[in-house]
Write a protein that binds this ligand. Structure first.
Ligand code: FES
Ligand code: FES
Length: 154
């Protein structure tokens, strides 16, 4: 049995320790915000936070998350309030099909923790996620808006 903290809830689950975190979330815990895109750490659709840092959960063994805090897009809002990054996304109408967006949002929250006022180049460097709908310029606008909303304190 493995004990896993996800979005503030501790779960006891019977899984192989090398099972990717993405599949534990989706298959065993029904947490389906993190998406499967490539399975080889290339697209970022599966991005979640482990100990407040962005990780690509398709390539992250669940055993490596034991004793740590896992947060997915489902756990980003607090007290019924959307996170500033989610609000900036809505303001800028970023999503097209939406499939990649949970990964971009989680990567952005982690970026703004490290760099509260990123430049376009910083954003392009940090967000190596892939969007097949081509929402990159809207994402850049939304990241700047989120940085402004947060006022340097994500
Ligand atoms: S599904 Fe994990 S990076 Fe693509
Ligand atoms: S919004 Fe469709 S893949 Fe990104």
């Amino acid at each position: 049995m493995i004990s896993l903290s996800v979005n503030g809830q501790v779960h006891e689950i019977d899984v192989e320790p090398d099972k990717p975190l993405l599949w534990v979330l989706r298959e065993d815990l029904n947490v389906v915000g993190p998406k499967f895109g490539c399975g080889v750490s290339a697209c970022g659709a599966c991005t979640v936070h482990v100990e407040r840092s962005a990780v690509r959960s398709c390539s992250f063994a669940v055993a490596d998350a034991v004793g740590k805090t896992v947060v997915t897009i489902e756990g980003l809002s607090q007290d019924g309030q959307l996170h500033a990054v989610q609000r900036a996304w809505i303001e800028n109408q970023v999503p097209q099909c939406g499939y990649c967006q949970p990964g971009f949002i989680m990567a952005t929250v982690a970026l703004l923790r490290e760099n509260p006022k990123p430049s376009d180049t910083d954003i392009d460097d940090a967000l190596s996620n892939i969007c097949r709908c081509g929402t990159y310029s809207a994402i850049r606008r939304a990241v700047h808006r989120a940085a402004a909303i947060l006022g340097g304190a994500p």
